[in-house]
Ligand binder design. Structure first.
Ligand code: ADP
Ligand code: MG
Length: 219
């Protein structure tokens, strides 16, 4: 479960302070699929970063699966991410000089590489990428790239998937194919927080939390 309690995130910019997240409280149960909806600048990416332990709140508490993230060291937060979280981003974040399999294997910890390699191939096969395993990202369509990023996110069998505008660079068919994989992860028991400004993507979630100026206006 995710428990966000009175959380603010303040950035200091040249023109003053920006409250990217403003005294937000929100609870997400294990196994929920929640969409964070809102205009650009409403705080969606910042909130995902806080839930994933990539950023720390300026005030308030973020607890994920029993761990209070601001109380962890950066090494403990890195381990928390590796063990519990899968990330998917709008821009895919694949390394251009690695092939598809090696991009997915970037997420593998050293201890379990052989096991991870077979699971990576299983995921890529399931995502329709069997004949793309030795291709580089530049040789793939946007939809294929995002399915590679999804395989990388799922490699460590995370409990929680954080997706930041994952369909933002996809056409409708590829967006739907990607969202089908997200829904499948949910049906297998995973928890999902998906940030999107796209109503069709948000409609795939069980619950929509709407953000405006860092506050939840509909929850
Ligand atoms: P969204 O993902 O909904 O577009 P963001 O969380 O990216 O919103 O941004 C929320 C607000 O915080 C925006 O006003 C943005 O300009 C500001 N912001 C985000 N990251 C930073 C940063 N690193 N430094 C300063 N301001 C930031
Ligand atoms: Mg964003």
């Amino acid at each position: 479960m995710i428990r966000i309690d009175g959380v603010s995130k303040v950035y200091r910019a040249s023109h003053g302070e920006v409250r990217a997240v403003d005294d937000l409280s929100l609870t997400i149960d294990s196994g929920e699929f929640v969409a964070l909806k809102g205009h650009s600048g409403s705080g969606k990416s910042t909130l995902l970063s806080l839930i994933g332990g990539l950023a720390l709140p300026s005030s308030g508490s973020v607890e994920v699966n029993g761990q209070v993230l601001p109380e962890l060291s950066s090494a403990e937060r890195a381990r928390f991410r590796e063990e519990q979280i899968g990330f998917v981003f709008q821009m895919f974040h694949l390394l251009p000089y690695l092939n598809v399999l090696d991009n997915v294997m970037l997420a593998a910890s050293n201890g379990a590489r052989a096991e991870s390699a077979s699971y990576a191939k299983e995921l890529l096969g399931k995502f329709g990428l069997n004949d793309r395993i030795t291709h580089r990202p530049g040789q793939l369509s946007a939809g294929e790239r995002q399915r590679v990023a999804m395989a990388r996110a799922l490699l460590n069998r995370p409990k929680l998937l954080l997706a930041d505008e994952p369909t933002g660079n996809l056409d409708e068919d590829n967006a739907n194919a990607l969202l089908d994989l997200v829904v499948e992860f949910h049906q297998e028991g995973g928890t999902i927080v998906l940030a999107t400004h796209d109503a069709a993507a948000a409609a795939r979630a069980q619950r929509i939390v709407e953000l405006s100026s860092g506050k939840a206006v509909r929850n």
